[in-house]
Design a protein. Structure first.
Lengths: 341, 341
DNA sequence: GACTTGTGCGCAATCGTTTGCACACCGAAT
DNA sequence: ATTCGGTGTGCAAACGATTGCGCACAAGTC
C-alpha cells in the first residue's frame, strides 16, 4: 500500500542496527557478521528494497546514464544505431537517455543542455545536418563529460569519433560499375555540408581519375534529401542529352525517390539505367526497384562501437589529449535480381 | 580547465553569502534584495553554473524522467511512437530513458527493474509479444510509479492504456472488401496472445456475421510474425481448393512477406487476390506490392497520447482507482494503384 | 596481566540543493 | 518608548546511500 520505496534507514530501524551496517551487509562487506548479513538481506527481500540509484549516483557523482542524441529515430539507420548503442550499454550497465535533434541545431543544443543538467556520464551524438559549430559540445567535454560522435561526425581531429569510410567504399562502388562497363556514371549526392557528402564526392572523383575518365559535373547533382529535391535532381539527369547509364544515390531513401520518378518517366530501372546506393536498408528487399548494390554501413555495429569508444573515453583522465577515431569498414552488398523487373 | 561543475556553494563562497541566498536568488525569490540577486546571477553566468539535476531531483524525490520500454525500435511503428512520446515529453520538460525488450519477457523485466532503480517518474510500455503476466508492472505501480501501456496493452481494466480500436477498423475493412464484391476473405493474424490479434479476429467474425456469411476457419491462419511463419500461412491459404480472393494481413510486414511469397507462386498481387493490411507504413509507397488498403494506427499520435495520459496519471494521488483508457481512432487509408502492377 | 590482533558494528561527514524557521535591522505607527 | 510589519539574510535539516575512522569486545601470545 505504501507508495514509498523502502530505504536502508527503514531496514536499519526495524533491525535495530545502524544504516552503515545495512549498507555494508547488502554489499557483502567482510566485516559484517554472517547472521547480521543474512538478517539484513532477508528483510530487504521481504520489504522489496530497491536501491535508489539517484541517491547512489548523486553520492558517487556518476549516473551510469549515457545521453544519445540523434537527428531522427524515424530513419532506419538511426533506429538500428540506437539499438546497437543500447545493446552495448546494457552490457556495461549503462542506460540510455534519449533525445532527437530533428536536424535543428537549436533543439540539438537544448537537448544537450538537458543532458548536462541530468549529469549524464557521456554523450553520444550524430550531428544534425544543419549543425556547423560544435563549440557547445567542446564545452561539454571541457566540463568533464566525454563526447563521442558517430556517423555524422565533424572533420576536426580533436574529437572522439566513430564512422565508416565512405570515401573508400565510394571508390569500390565506382570501380564495380566500371568493371561492368558503365562509363556515364552520375551521382545524386546529399547536402554539401555533410562530411558524408564530401566523402562521396571525393571518392567519386578519385575513382574516375584513377580510371583516367574526365569528370563531367553535369553528372553530379545534389538533393536536400526531400522527395522534391531528389525528383528535381533526377529530372535534371534525365534531361541531359547524354543520359547517364548509372546513378549513385546518396542513400536508399534518395534511391527510392529517384527510381520512383524515373519509372514514371518510362525508364526501365536497372535495365536502361543502373542504380546503386548506400545504406542497404532491409526494406529494400521488398521495394519495387531495389538498387543493384548498396553500401552497408552497419549502423548497429557503429552504435556498438560508439558505446565501446565511450567506455574507453570515460576512462581517460580529464582533460584528454588522446582522441579515438574508429573506422568501421563499409562493405558493398550486391542484391540479387530476384525482385528486379 | 576544471573538470568539475561549479555548485551554488562555490558561488556562495565567492560572494560571501550563504548557499540558501544563492539558491533563492537563482529562483527569483522575492525576499532576496535586488542587488544580491543580480550579483548572484551575474557570477553564476560567469562561472557557467548549471544546476545539478541529480541533486535537485534527489532532494525533490522526482526525476523528470519517463522510462519507455518497447519491443524493438527497429520497427517503424515503434520508432514513430517513441518520436511522439519524446515530442510530448519535451513539452512537459520530461526526458526519456529508453529500453528495448526484444520481445523477451526476461529482458523486459530487467529493463523495468533498472528503470525503477533509476527512480523514473513513470513508465510507458508496449508489451513484449511473449509477456503473459504483468504482475511485475502492477508492483511497480503499487510502489508509486504510474505505468501507461500503449498499443500492445493488456486486456484488464485496472491499467492505464492507450490503443486504437482495431476491432472497429477490422469491421470497416471487411465491409470495404465486401462492398467491392469480395466474399472469400482470408486473414493472416498475429500470435493469439496479443490483444491486437484477438481484436482482429473478433472484428473479422463480427463483420462476417453481420453480412450473414458463414465463418470458414480454413481462411484463418496465424503467423509468429517471422518471414517463415508468414510464408507458411500463405502457403496453406494458397493450397486450399477454394483459394481466397482477399487476404487481410496482421500488419504491413506480414503483408510484404505474404505478397512476396504469393508473387513467387505466380499470383498476380491485387489482381488474382486482393491484399489489405494494417500499419500504413510510409515505406509501402515504395514497395513492389503495396496493399490496396492499410489501417493507419497513428503511432506518433499514440505516442503523444501516451505521454499526455502519463502526465495525468502522475497527477493522480496514489493508489489510483481512476484508470485512463484512451482510444485513438484508426482510419482506413486506401492506396492508389499507381505502383501496383 | 599486558599486549596484540581480529572481529563486528556505529558515528558522522559527505554529495548539491531546497526550504521552514529564526533573526536582525529598519522605518512607521501607536 | 514600545510594538508592528516588512525586508533581507543565514542556519540547519532533509533527501538516501557510502565510507573512513574509531570503539568495544574476544581470543590468542608473551
Amino acid at each position: 500500500m505504501s507508495s514509498n520505496n523502502p530505504t536502508i534507514k527503514e531496514i536499519a530501524l526495524r533491525l535495530n542496527v545502524s544504516v552503515s551496517t545495512v549498507s555494508r551487509a547488502l554489499h557483502d562487506h567482510p566485516r559484517i557478521g554472517l547472521k547480521t548479513r543474512e538478517r539484513v538481506k532477508e528483510l530487504a527481500r521481504e520489504m522489496k528494497y530497491v536501491p535508489n540509484a539517484q541517491a547512489i549516483f548523486f553520492k558517487k557523482q556518476k549516473t551510469a546514464v549515457i545521453g544519445v542524441v540523434l537527428p531522427s529515430i524515424k530513419e532506419e539507420f538511426f533506429s538500428q544505431a540506437i539499438s546497437g548503442i543500447e545493446a552495448a550499454a546494457t552490457q556495461y550497465n549503462y542506460t540510455i537517455l534519449f533525445g532527437q535533434s530533428h536536424d535543428d541545431p537549436a533543439i540539438e543544443k537544448r537537448v544537450v543542455d538537458t543532458m548536462k543538467r541530468q549529469r549524464v556520464d557521456g554523450i553520444i551524438i550524430s550531428l544534425s545536418k544543419n549543425t556547423h559549430k560544435i563549440s557547445f559540445l567542446k564545452e561539454i567535454e571541457m566540463a568533464g563529460i566525454p563526447v563521442v560522435f558517430f556517423d555524422r561526425v565533424p572533420d576536426q581531429a580533436d574529437v572522439h569519433k566513430v564512422y565508416c569510410d565512405i570515401y573508400k567504399s565510394t571508390i569500390d562502388m565506382v570501380n564495380w560499375l566500371y568493371s561492368r562497363g558503365f562509363r556515364k556514371i552520375a551521382m545524386i549526392n546529399g547536402p554539401s555540408i555533410l562530411t558524408a557528402s564530401r566523402e562521396r564526392l571525393e571518392g567519386y572523383k578519385q575513382a574516375l581519375s584513377q580510371k583516367k575518365m574526365k569528370i563531367d559535373m553535369r553528372y553530379f547533382e545534389s538533393t536536400d534529401l526531400t522527395k522534391e529535391g531528389t525528383t528535381h535532381a533526377m529530372k535534371k539527369l534525365l534531361s541531359l542529352k547524354n543520359v547517364p547509364t548509372a546513378v549513385i544515390s546518396f542513400n536508399d531513401y534518395v534511391h527510392m525517390d529517384a527510381t520512383q520518378y524515373a519509372h514514371l518517366q518510362g525508364i526501365n530501372i536497372n535495365k536502361d539505367i543502373a542504380f546503386v546506393s548506400y545504406s542497404n536498408l532491409s526494406i529494400t528487399d521488398y521495394t519495387a526497384y531495389p538498387p543493384l548494390l548498396s553500401v552497408e554501413q552497419y549502423p548497429y555495429g557503429q552504435g556498438e562501437q560508439s558505446m565501446e569508444t565511450m567506455i574507453r573515453a570515460m576512462k581517460e583522465q580529464h582533460p584528454t589529449h588522446q582522441y579515438y577515431h574508429e573506422e568501421v569498414p563499409a562493405t558493398l552488398v550486391i542484391h540479387g535480381t530476384k525482385h528486379v523487373r
